[in-house]
Design a protein around this ligand. Structure first.
Ligand SMILES: Nc1ncnc2c1ncn2[C@@H]1O[C@H](COP(=O)(O)OP(=O)(O)OP(=O)(O)O)[C@@H](O)[C@H]1O
Length: 268
């Protein structure tokens, strides 16, 4: 029996699965919209399967795994950006997802306008965003670009703005999906320092290919492989197993070219 009380658990997933709809032909999605009641014109591609996990308040979880194994999809499901196809999910607390927020920016609007929208999306009142605006702008450090349309920003500048908004919404759960990798060294250091402080009270979900960052920031690591949890536990142990597997496994191009074919061959 688990000794943690339900109030300590901020994320609880039971048998979570996510399938995307893959269409063999360009127009099949239209057929699906019009005739889907009669027959399915897509094949489900299961990206996450049978994920069960509990994240306790104050934990810092590092999620690792090879390209395309389902790390970002798992975080997107947890953040509510996409619905699970199977299983149950309970999230208890305000979530600030850095990369996801950046991807919802309105490219035609200025950084300033996106701060107002992004702050509201993450649950702040307009008056609160206005009160925090100078601090958000200072942390983002993009100067006069704050009044330029976001479509003129570099990827790093977008991420700076998204991180800065997330850092100001007093979230209980911070979700950082490889966001730091596009920032320059000075910004990365600033974010890591901020995350260090956040970890004293908040919960961190962190996807990274940098094992040094996972070791430094995380209290637990979860290794995802082909959409399933392969191993979880102490970051040093999980990273060791992951590295060992990477040394013996070849770079399997088929993972990307025929995910569906692979599932079909396995009779799924
Ligand atoms: N909207 C979508 N439609 C169809 N397939 C998708 C969609 N989004 C993701 N996928 C597929 O789901 C799988 C998992 O993708 P995901 O982005 O979660 O992987 P990841 O582990 O975060 O990879 P990386 O380390 O490369 O960022 C991949 O095969 C990807 O092609």
């Amino acid at each position: 029996m688990s000794s943690s009380t339900s109030s300590e658990i901020v994320v609880e997933a039971k048998n979570l699965g996510k399938a995307f709809q893959l269409y063999a032909h360009r127009n099949d999605w239209l057929k699906q919209v019009l005739l889907g009641w009669w027959k399915a014109y897509f094949k489900p591609f299961w990206v996450l399967r049978d994920i069960s996990l509990e994240v306790k308040k104050g934990e810092s979880i590092g999620i690792l795994g090879r390209n395309g194994c389902g790390k970002s999809t798992l975080l997107q499901v947890i953040c509510g950006m996409t619905l699970p196809s199977h299983g149950e999910l309970r999230v208890n607390g305000r979530i600030a997802p850095v990369l996801a927020l950046g991807s919802t920016f309105d490219m035609e609007l200025s950084g300033r306008e996106n701060v107002l929208i992004g702050g509201a999306v993450l649950g702040l009142k307009r008056s609160e965003v206005l009160r925090k605006f100078d601090s958000i702008a200072e942390f983002a450090g993009i100067g006069e670009y704050m009044d330029q349309p976001v479509k003129h920003y570099s990827m790093g500048m977008r991420t700076r703005l998204a991180f800065s908004i997330c850092a100001h919404v007093e979230a209980e759960i911070l979700v950082v999906d490889e966001a730091l990798s596009v920032g320059d060294a000075a910004f990365q250091r600033k974010c890591l320092d901020w995350i260090d402080n956040f970890r004293k009270t908040g919960t961190l979900l962190f996807v990274s290919h940098s094992m040094a960052e996972v070791r430094r920031l995380c209290t637990r690591a979860i290794w995802i492989e082909e959409g399933r949890i392969r191993e979880q536990g102490d970051p040093n142990d999980v990273i060791r197993s992951y590295h060992r597997a990477l040394l013996v496994e070849k770079d399997d191009v088929q993972r990307f070219s025929s995910g569906n074919a692979k599932q079909a061959a396995a009779g799924e």
